[in-house]
Design a protein around this ligand. Structure first.
Ligand code: PHE
Length: 341
């Protein structure tokens, strides 16, 4: 073992190291020199003694230092490469929820009507026969009780209970009108945006439960003209000012006169399409002037006050607005549907 030999190893190492094309190759070279070459160098050092051993030992250690410093450097570079983040890449999109189309529709309705001064009030879904029917001028044997198939609640000795005690799932938000008028006196200007229940088979346009928007205004000297003005303003805000509104005579026990309100078809613009059954019009709302009997049973003097009321399906509003052809989609929790809103 001589000093020149160590010089030679160093030169060879540096040549190989510089000549290598990849850092993987360079790491391999460092490893080879650190392990194989150095161990034979140190083995032959053992045979020496005295000054020579000390001098060459120092040089051999310098070599070791060189190899391992190169190795450390390579490791650092690799680590930096592995941990490198491209901050300009688009991030992962967090899965956010969306507002349900019915909620959106409810909020929009409340927004429009609150600007007109209507206040949102609430009522119970589990209702008494009294508020759902009797207080709304629907007599005991009136066919109107069968107009809407009702989900009655099983109760012991039901026949012996009074209408205020007999329970059902409310079929219409008009029940809230009756409740509200009992406790509050005119001037009244309220809306209800809640769920109602019907005992019927489901199909693309019928659900066992759905949402209604009910409106009630009671004041001195209110007329059909006021009802028409509010109706027009509401639908122009909701669907756009290009829709036409049409009132047709109809019947509800709690209003007189009563109307069925249509809006011109938002899809075909009155030209006639499958959505409007080629009529150019979409049936959208029931309405009328509050029946004097309804005011009276709530303790409001019908000779002093008049009122109008209207009621419509929020689901139907949403279906028309977003061109949805099956009401059941609202209740199916299918994310492919819901993610579109
Ligand atoms: N309650 C009626 C229904 O469910 C709608 C309506 C409300 C009609 C208010 C007139 C006045 O069909």
């Amino acid at each position: 073992m001589k000093g020149e030999n160590l010089e030679l190893i160093k030169t060879k190492f540096l040549q190989e190291f510089e000549g290598a094309k990849t850092s993987k190759e360079r790491r391999k070279i460092c490893k080879k020199y650190l392990e194989d070459e150095l161990s034979s160098v140190f083995a032959s050092l053992k045979k020496l003694s005295g000054k020579e051993k000390a001098e060459l030992g120092k040089e051999a250690n310098n070599l070791k230092e060189l190899f391992s410093s190169k190795m450390t450097m390579l490791k650092e570079i690799k680590k930096e490469k592995d941990e490198w983040i491209d901050v300009t890449l688009p991030g992962k999109k967090p899965a956010l929820g969306s507002i349900h189309p019915l909620t959106r529709t409810q909020r929009r309705c409340a927004e429009i009507l609150s600007h007109m001064g209507f206040v949102t009030v609430e009522g119970p879904e589990l209702e008494s026969e009294w508020y759902n029917f009797d207080a709304l001028n629907v007599e005991q044997d009136h066919p109107a009780r069968e107009m809407q198939d009702t989900l009655f609640i099983k109760q012991k000795n039901r026949e012996k209970l009074s209408p205020r005690e007999r329970l059902l799932m409310r079929t219409q938000t008009s029940a809230v009108q009756a409740r509200y008028m009992e406790k509050n006196k005119p001037p009244l200007k309220i809306i209800v945006l809640e769920r109602v229940f019907r005992n019927e088979a489901t199909d693309s346009s019928h659900e066992i439960n759905f949402y209604q928007l009910e409106g009630l205004m009671v004041e001195e000297k209110l007329s059909v003209a006021n009802l028409q003005a509010v109706t027009k303003l509401f639908f122009h805000n909701f669907f756009g000012s290009d829709v036409d509104i049409r009132f047709r005579p109809s019947y509800f026990p709690f209003t007189e006169p009563s109307f069925e309100v249509d809006v011109s078809c938002t899809i075909c613009k009155k030209r006639g399409c499958s959505a409007c059954q080629r009529t150019g019009w979409l049936e959208i709302m029931g309405a009328g002037m509050v029946h004097p009997n309804v005011l009276e049973s709530a303790g409001i003097d019908p000779s002093q006050f008049t009122g109008f009321a209207f009621g419509m399906g929020v689901d139907r509003l949403a279906m028309i607005k977003y061109e949805i052809d099956d009401i059941r989609l609202f209740y199916g929790s299918d994310l492919r549907f819901l993610n579109q809103f």
